[in-house]
Design a protein around this ligand. Structure first.
Ligand SMILES: Cc1cc2nc3c(=O)[nH]c(=O)nc-3n(C[C@H](O)[C@H](O)[C@H](O)COP(=O)(O)OP(=O)(O)OC[C@H]3O[C@@H](n4cnc5c(N)ncnc54)[C@H](O)[C@@H]3O)c2cc1C
Length: 266
C-alpha cells in the first residue's frame, strides 16, 4: 500500500534522538496496519524496529515483553509448565493465524496501541492484570494498568509523542487458570465477541472484548458458583457495538454464551 502523504521516514538509533513531535507523526512498528490503509492524516513515520525492544524476559517477578516483540515470538516462547496462562497467548495469537504475515511482523506494542475493538491481546492483558510502561520524549516513564489503557475503538490514553515501551505481567499471575473464547462468523473474520476468564485461589475475573468499543474488566467474583450470574448481570450496563457486522443484542447474547463456555472450561 502506498502512503501518499508520507514525506519523511525517520529511523533514529534511539528514542533520545527524537526531540519533538508533530500531530501528523506516527511510530512505525511492524507496519502491518500502517501499510494496510492510505493513512492520509500522516506525513512522518518514525521507525522503532531497530531499537531492540523485543525482549521476553523475567525481571523482578514480572514477565516483561518488549513493545517490538513480534507476535510469533510469543507463540514460539517456551512457556514454563506452571505458567498455565501461556495457553491464553497461544489462543489469542492463533486467532490471527489466518494471516501468516501479520503474526510474523506485527508487534505486541502495535497490536495494543492500535487499539482495535477486536484487538486480540488487550483482553488477555487485562485479564492477567498486566501493566504497560509508557515513555515520553522528555525521558520520563509511567506505568498504567492494562485495563486503563484503551478508552475506545482506536483510542488510548497515549499522549502525542508517548510510546509503549513494554508490558509487565506478574509471574504469579501467569500461574492462573485461563480460558480465552472468541467468536467470528468465519475463522478469518474479525471477532464479534471475545471473553477471557481467569481463576486463582482468591477470585475469578472476566474480561470482554470485540463486542464493545474497548475491552473491559467485567468484574471479579469470589467463586465459580456466583461468577456466572454476576458477570451476566453486569452485561446489562454495557453499551454493545451495533453495526453492520452484528447488532448490539446479538453481541450481548453471544457474550453471555461465551461467558458460560469460558467459566465451564476453567
Ligand atoms: C486486514 C487486517 C485485519 C486485522 N484484524 C485484526 C484482528 O482481528 N485482531 C487484531 O488484534 N488485530 C487485527 N489486525 C491488526 C494487526 O494485528 C495489526 O496490524 C498489528 O497488531 C499492528 O502491529 P504492527 O506492529 O504491525 O503495528 P503498526 O502497523 O506498525 O502500527 C499500528 C499502530 O500502532 C502504533 N504503535 C505501534 N507500536 C507502538 C508503540 N510501541 N507505542 C505506541 N504506538 C505504537 C503505530 O503508531 C500505529 O498507530 C488486523 C490488521 C489487518 C491489516
Amino acid at each position: 500500500m502506498d502512503l501518499p502523504n508520507i514525506s519523511t521516514y525517520l529511523r533514529p538509533d534511539d528514542i533520545q534522538n527524537i526531540t519533538h513531535w508533530g500531530e501528523d507523526w506516527t511510530w512505525l512498528a511492524g507496519g502491518t496496519w500502517l501499510f494496510s490503509e492510505p493513512q492520509p492524516h500522516l506525513t512522518v513515520l518514525v521507525d522503532i524496529q531497530s531499537w531492540g525492544w523485543s525482549e521476553i524476559e523475567v525481571k523482578q517477578d514480572n514477565l516483561i515483553i518488549g513493545a517490538t516483540c513480534p507476535l510469533i515470538k510469543l507463540l514460539e516462547y517456551p512457556w514454563l509448565k506452571e505458567w498455565t496462562a501461556g495457553s491464553g497467548f497461544k489462543t489469542a495469537i492463533n486467532a490471527l493465524a489466518a494471516s501468516f504475515k501479520i503474526v510474523n511482523l506485527a508487534t505486541v506494542g502495535g497490536n495494543i496501541c492500535l487499539a482495535l475493538s477486536v484487538g486480540t491481546l488487550a483482553p488477555l492483558m487485562i485479564a492477567l492484570d498486566a501493566k504497560y510502561e509508557i515513555w515520553n520524549l522528555q525521558g520520563e516513564s509511567r506505568q498504567v494498568a492494562a485495563r486503563d489503557f484503551q478508552l475506545g475503538a482506536k483510542i488510548t490514553i497515549l499522549q502525542p509523542g508517548e510510546i509503549l515501551r513494554r508490558v509487565l505481567i506478574p509471574v504469579d499471575n501467569l500461574k492462573w487458570q485461563i480460558n480465552y473464547q472468541r467468536f467470528s462468523i468465519a475463522a478469518t473474520d474479525p471477532a464479534l465477541a471475545i471473553v477471557v476468564t481467569t481463576k486463582n485461589n482468591q477470585q475469578i475475573r472476566c474480561v470482554i472484548g470485540a463486542s464493545v468499543p474497548a475491552p473491559m474488566l467485567l468484574g471479579e467474583a469470589e467463586n465459580i458458583e456466583t461468577a456466572e450470574n454476576k458477570f451476566i448481570a453486569a452485561l446489562d450496563k454495557e453499551n454493545f457495538l451495533d453495526n453492520a457486522k452484528a447488532g448490539a443484542n446479538y453481541r450481548r447474547e453471544l457474550t453471555k454464551i461465551l461467558i458460560k463456555r469460558s467459566l465451564s472450561a476453567l
